[in-house]
Design a protein around this ligand. Structure first.
Ligand SMILES: CC(C)(COP(=O)(O)OP(=O)(O)OC[C@H]1O[C@@H](n2cnc3c(N)ncnc32)[C@H](O)[C@@H]1OP(=O)(O)O)[C@@H](O)C(=O)NCCC(=O)NCCSC(=O)/C=C/c1ccc(O)c(O)c1
Ligand SMILES: O=C(O)CCC(=O)C(=O)O
Ligand SMILES: [Fe+2]
Length: 358
């Protein structure tokens, strides 16, 4: 039966429509549903209205105009230790590049479902391009109100051949134009760990592979009952996140049960430490839980670049970090095993990193 706005989700197959046929939550939103389908209702403890949100504190905003100032490196390391999250301004990525990739994201998600679904796990000719909805629908008890296109970068030629033309050039440009900032951030962070030089081995561990996701969070009926993205930490070394001006990303404060909002700042980029860097730094830099609320009034987009080790790298605490006799708290794990473990289960806060705990 074709769905209509007044229908309740018992009388038609929401999963078949949104997940299997590729309409996504954008398809559900476009129907003008008045109630949230039950498949999206999160347990009360995951609904963000039931958490403590504090407004008297916020993640640092770091001005990168003067890269060479040692104080800037100190601010970066301090933010990575105490918050695991910060925003950067004057980072050198041109504003047009940011605007263009946001526009390209809207263009991709505005395509008809049949076109987007050519890139689904079942239909895509390559594993490097994946259109989907929620996070891992098969493993989730309740779905998340988000559609995504995930693009793993293998080479320019591969991207030219496989990435969807609606967003390919803009996504690639954002990845390339952020390289300088990523390297400077890594250099600062390595200085804080007593790593003098990023040689070939470190280069691979810190930034050997990249994935860019285009996230689309359409307007949602009864948004307080669901989430855009559930509590999780990223599996990357660093994530470079572009968000639009809607807001809705919340970050957990270290050693507390409170959450703080990440306010959109025009032209700024959000940076967060991922699990791989937490492991490499033996827990010095923190990969912090975060989540995104659903919005009842507006559509929202975000574009994270996940900077990662290579899948074939073994990750564990760096020798420089353990030099002074510090005890390793993580063992060496193959990065592709770590990522598979992450993708196999629903978002579950900080549980993934236990996979690497000694
Ligand atoms: C990721 C792996 C290990 C998967 O390999 P493979 O064994 O071929 O598994 P697969 O059959 O393609 O996928 C396994 C499951 O993971 C899920 N999955 C795979 N890729 C993705 C993706 N990009 N987005 C969401 N789920 C995915 C699927 O749901 C699969 O489950 P199912 O559909 O079979 O039930 C492989 O592709 C690889 O080595 N890739 C290179 C390294 C890499 O990409 N690392 C990830 C870096 S960080 C990163 O990608 C972060 C993503 C993310 C997304 C949404 C969030 O909300 C979020 O917080 C984070
Ligand atoms: O949309 C956002 O602001 C964050 C998304 C996110 O956490 C992710 O894709 O890993
Ligand atoms: Fe994330």
């Amino acid at each position: 039966m074709a769905p209509s706005p007044s229908m309740d989700s018992k009388s038609w197959d929401v999963i078949s429509f949104a997940v299997d046929k590729g309409h996504g939550v954008k398809g559900l939103a476009d129907l003008g549903l008045e109630t949230l389908p039950k498949q999206y209702v999160q347990p009360p403890e995951e609904q963000i209205t039931n958490s403590t949100v504090v407004t008297d504190d916020s993640i640092p905003v770091i001005d990168l105009s003067n890269w060479t100032d040692p104080k800037v490196a100190e601010q970066i390391c301090h933010a990575a230790e105490k918050w695991g999250f910060f925003q950067i301004v004057n980072h050198g990525i041109p504003i047009e590049v940011l605007e263009d990739v946001k526009e390209a994201t809207r263009r991709f998600f505005d395509l008809p479902a049949e076109q987007k679904n050519k890139h689904s796990k079942d239909n895509s000719p390559t594993n490097n391009v994946r259109y989907g909805t929620s996070f891992t629908p098969k493993a989730e008890k309740a779905l998340e109100w988000k559609d995504f296109l995930s693009l793993f970068y293998a080479s320019d030629d591969e991207a030219a051949a496989q990435w969807p033309s609606a967003c390919r050039n803009e996504a690639l440009d954002f990845m390339k134009k952020s390289e300088f900032a990523i390297r400077r951030l890594m250099e600062a962070l390595m200085k804080g760990l007593n790593v003098k030089e990023i040689d070939g081995t470190k280069e691979s561990l810190l930034m050997g592979s990249k994935r860019i996701n285009l996230n689309y969070y359409p307007k949602c009926p009864e948004p307080e009952l669901t989430v855009g993205v559930g509590r999780h930490s990223d599996v990357s070394t660093l994530t470079i996140l572009l968000q639009d001006d809607i807001g809705g990303l919340y970050v957990k404060k270290l050693d507390s049960d409170s959450w703080v909002h990440v306010p959109p700042i025009n032209g700024a980029i959000v940076i967060n430490v991922g699990d791989a860097l937490q492991i490499l730094s033996n827990g010095r830099y923190k990969s912090i839980e975060h989540r995104v609320i659903a919005n009842g009034i507006k559509n929202r987009i975000s574009v994270p670049i996940f900077v990662n080790p290579r899948p074939s790298d073994a990750i564990g605490p760096l020798p420089e970090v353990l030099e002074g006799g510090e005890k390793p708290i993580y063992k060496k794990v193959l990065y592709s095993d770590y990522v598979k473990h992450f993708f196999r289960k629903a978002h579950d806060g900080k549980e993934t990193v236990d996979f690497a705990k000694i």
